[in-house]
Ligand binder design. Sequence first.
Ligand SMILES: NC(=O)c1ccc[n+]([C@@H]2O[C@H](COP(=O)([O-])OP(=O)(O)OC[C@H]3O[C@@H](n4cnc5c(N)ncnc54)[C@H](OP(=O)(O)O)[C@@H]3O)[C@@H](O)[C@H]2O)c1
Length: 263
Amino acid sequence: MVTGASSGIGEAFCRNLAKRGSNLILVARSADKLEHLAETLSCQHNVDLSCIPIDLAKVNSSQDLFDQVQDAGLSVDVLINNAGFGYWGNFEFASLQDYQNMVNLNVRSMVSLSYLFLPSMLEKKCGGIINVGSVVGLQPVPYGSVYVGTKAFVLQYSESLWGEYRRKGITVTALCPGTTKTNFFNVSIPDQQLRESRMLNMPKGHSPDFVAEVGLNQFLRGKSQAIPGKVNYLVAQGSQLLLLLARSLAIRITASLFDPKKD
Ligand SMILES: NC(=O)c1ccc[n+]([C@@H]2O[C@H](COP(=O)([O-])OP(=O)(O)OC[C@H]3O[C@@H](n4cnc5c(N)ncnc54)[C@H](OP(=O)(O)O)[C@@H]3O)[C@@H](O)[C@H]2O)c1
């Protein structure tokens, strides 16, 4: 089951898994996009596809999704908690409702879905969960506080579960992509002018297909964490070292890099 299957990294996971012969449950809000993807993949590959349109930022939606999967007689061997969104800009400029939705989607639904689907994996003693975090979850990033906080949670949460379940045949992997060419920045930087000027300063970014491939391969190797791309990996290690040696300096550097007033 892939959440956030209607675009970007989630859609890439679906293409990759269908090619590998996996049956899939596609989850996101956009029913039309899910149906279109399911039709395309079922024409190309001999797999069963089910679409469940649902808003996972709504309280109780995870239980609702679990119930729909049960009622349809489906079972989930691998859960990919990928649906998520961010906000980049001054903390006080976004609405409280947006932040609550972000925490509900990026954190709450991830915990609920893992909790609900894990018992059947434990019964079979196989399967697992890929939780999509971000490289920004490895460090504090001013002007992205809530999003970065949710992604820091994803990393600590996933690796803790990895340590808890790895001897029980279950792998939990935190996939931490850097910049990836998806719809993500249209949502997370709503101001078009700011987004366009920011995109010029951003690293070019990986394709969602590359990110999904690395995530799946590391998951299948039983790894706790996957950071796609050598540069992302090295930057992540460098930032960890700087945080260890000079934490406030590291935060001041990211503040100057991400300050929207600079554009
Ligand atoms: N792109 C990057 O640079 C980047 C970097 C690091 C991490 N990530 C992470 O990668 C994950 C996927 O993002 P992406 O880059 O592929 O962005 P994207 O193209 O915007 O995809 C986001 C997906 O999440 C779904 N979604 C959003 N809100 C939802 C809700 N309330 N309920 C259910 N589904 C919802 C969207 O579908 P609907 O709109 O149809 O619901 C869409 O399928 C996110 O967790 C993001 O934080 C992205």
